[in-house]
Write a protein that binds this ligand. Structure first.
Ligand code: TRP
Length: 441
């Protein structure tokens, strides 16, 4: 077993503006994990994936910038982890094609995201694939390439992504099998069930699709306004409040220490007024976000620096891993330097078949006193001759078969059990090629 550190890889979808739910559920735990000892961490902006959904160039660029700045502002350190942009490692898309050629289409048919699109179309009485792009269909193969190109061991993901990791394992296994070596590590999904699902302004899960989010880096006055708009019940100041199912309480808990949270629970029991409670929530959120917001604003004011950071990450990664790997993979699949084929023109067959041991003709005499021959490939009998009165006749028949002067169908021979004519032809062609090579000056 290799002693290299565990490789942990995370892809960040570059769409939308990050909100508190993304921060608590994804960014903050991932950054904490990036500091774990004995790991080599890979964080990348999945900008190629984003094109499947977002096709507004200005927004794609803006979103990539904002998300890169968010991760840096939240404490990701490009000096200790790999931080890069998917599209800066073009070997990824090349690997995607190699994987595409071993990936089962049937497996992709079963991908949740694709199936959901088909189900919606069916429900609407549309064609199965109406408005489904091949990009959506191929999403899992691109994701597999992201993971396999750096031989990641572990991939922290949400539950909805587990199937994609299983597919990556499947494609890796097939590739390893077809090309005869463990080219790829089989990655494992890591699901963190501890991670809090943050409620939004209306108490449902915070999500862009519910329009109930608190964007991460809004100015303090707006943050305060949003916090004060969180839905609460109609209990009055002085009336005891339940922490159970309270969005306000859960949000507080996500940003406060355990002691503060216990104090907040006591205040609920004591009948704290909602206005006071909201002020306290604002205070703990602002305490954590304010320094990040400051870094974020400084970063976003110098987008060229972010560009340099990303490019440098991509450049170093390509040099270290992606370029050498693709060089080996190209060779493995046979995308090779034609100048390095060593045999003479016309003997290409020989190259293809040289790896297999050649079949051999065996001549022998039976107790009946007559002469026979067999063509054998290892243990397998490919051809069995009829009887010859003289050994010379057997020898000449062999020679003519070998030179291709006599067709198998015209010779006094029968095919071995379970052997087809094509197998015999291939074996004879290989022998002919080998003879020709020996004869060549
Ligand atoms: N599909 C992931 C998501 O939607 C993003 C992603 C792309 C990813 N490539 C990846 C995640 C590789 C992990 C590994 O969240």
């Amino acid at each position: 077993m290799s002693q290299r550190p565990q490789r942990v890889l995370t892809g960040i979808t570059t769409s939308g503006t990050p909100h508190l739910g993304n921060y608590v559920g994804a960014v903050r735990p991932a950054i904490a994990a990036s500091r774990a000892p004995n790991t080599e961490s890979f964080y990348f902006l999945a900008d190629l994936h984003s094109l499947i959904k977002a096709q507004d160039p200005a927004r794609t660029q803006r979103s990539t910038l904002e998300i890169a700045a968010t991760w840096l502002a939240a404490g990701l350190d490009p000096a200790t982890v790999w931080f890069y942009r998917q599209s800066d490692v073009p070997e990824t898309t090349e690997l995607m094609w190699l994987l595409t050629c071993v990936a089962g289409k049937g497996i992709l048919n079963r991908a949740h995201a694709y199936k959901a699109a088909v189900d919606r179309n069916r429900a609407d009485g549309e064609d199965d694939d109406a408005a489904v792009t091949a990009g959506l269909f191929m999403y899992p193969v691109l994701m597999a390439a992201d993971i396999l190109i750096f031989n990641a061991d572990r991939v922290p993901v949400g539950r909805d992504q587990v199937q994609h990791i299983e597919m990556a394992r499947d494609f890796a296994q097939r590739f390893n099998h077809v090309y005869g070596r463990d080219w790829f590590t089989l990655p494992e999904a890591v699901i963190d069930d501890q991670v809090a699902l943050l409620p939004g302004l209306d108490g449902r899960k915070m999500s862009k699709s519910y329009e109930n989010t608190i964007p991460l880096f809004v100015p303090p006055a707006q943050l305060k306004k949003l916090v004060f708009s969180i839905l609460t019940d109609s209990t009055l100041p002085g009336e005891a409040k339940s922490t159970d199912g309270s969005a306000l309480f859960q949000l507080y808990q996500a940003f406060a220490t355990p002691d503060e949270t216990a104090g907040f629970a006591a205040a609920f029991a004591d009948g704290i007024g909602w206005g006071d409670a909201k002020q306290q929530l604002f205070d703990v959120v602002e305490r954590e976000i304010a320094p990040m917001r400051e870094r974020y604003e400084a970063l976003i004011a110098r987008p060229g620096d972010i560009e340099d950071t990303l490019r440098e990450g991509g450049r170093r990664l390509r040099e270290r891993y992606a370029i050498p790997l693709l060089r080996d993979l190209r060779d493995a699949v046979g995308l090779r330097d034609l100048g390095k084929v060593t045999v003479a023109t016309g003997e290409a067959m020989d190259v293809a078949l040289a790896v297999r041991p050649l079949a051999v003709f065996k001549q022998y005499r039976e107790p009946d006193g007559r002469f026979y021959f067999k063509l054998v490939d290892g243990e397998r009998v490919l051809l069995q001759s009829d009887a010859f009165e003289a050994p010379r006749d057997a020898g000449q028949t062999i020679a003519r078969l070998r030179r291709g002067e006599l067709a198998v169908g015209d010779a006094p021979v029968t095919l071995g059990e379970g052997v087809d004519a094509a197998t015999v032809q291939a074996a004879l062609a290989a022998l002919a090629a080998a003879d020709a090579e020996k004869a060549a000056p």
